[in-house]
Write a protein that binds this ligand. Sequence first.
Ligand SMILES: Nc1ncnc2c1ncn2[C@@H]1O[C@H](COP(=O)(O)OP(=O)(O)O)[C@@H](O)[C@H]1O
Ligand SMILES: [Mg+2]
Length: 136
Amino acid sequence: MPTGVYRRVFITLKWAIKTPRINNISSGARCNRWEAEVWRKWRPRFGWEHLCPVRFCDPFGLILIMDRALQPVTFEEVKSANDLEYGNYYPNVSVEYKPENWGVIAGKMVCVDYGIDEAEQIIKKRLYYQQKSGMQ
Ligand SMILES: Nc1ncnc2c1ncn2[C@@H]1O[C@H](COP(=O)(O)OP(=O)(O)O)[C@@H](O)[C@H]1O
Ligand SMILES: [Mg+2]
């Protein structure tokens, strides 16, 4: 069972089920909630194509369900997929090129970890996305 910095992940044939690590429940739950918000609310506005789909997240962020991506991939594969297939998105999502945060679904390289753990960073990012999408 993979363990990330903030979350434990149960992998099935089709799904990746993320739950906060017990030693830092609030950060893990915040990552889950932000990942769900990015997927549902901001991705449709900014057209990000490189994110792994979120299918379910409860309001507290205790359980998030994503499509399962195939791992491992290499840094070179992540980098070339981003260079060749995805544009320079503006505004962008906070993603890292760490290979463990990426995987392949139906031949497409996707980021499986786009959570943010810090509440203040999330507030700033949300405000920024609101401004860029002409909301408010
Ligand atoms: N959708 C997914 N498909 C396959 N494996 C995944 C998926 N999401 C997460 N994982 C695996 O679980 C690990 C931890 O998940 P991650 O979202 O990176 O948690 P954290 O935010 O705690 O780092 C990942 O590095 C990856 O190996
Ligand atoms: Mg991670």
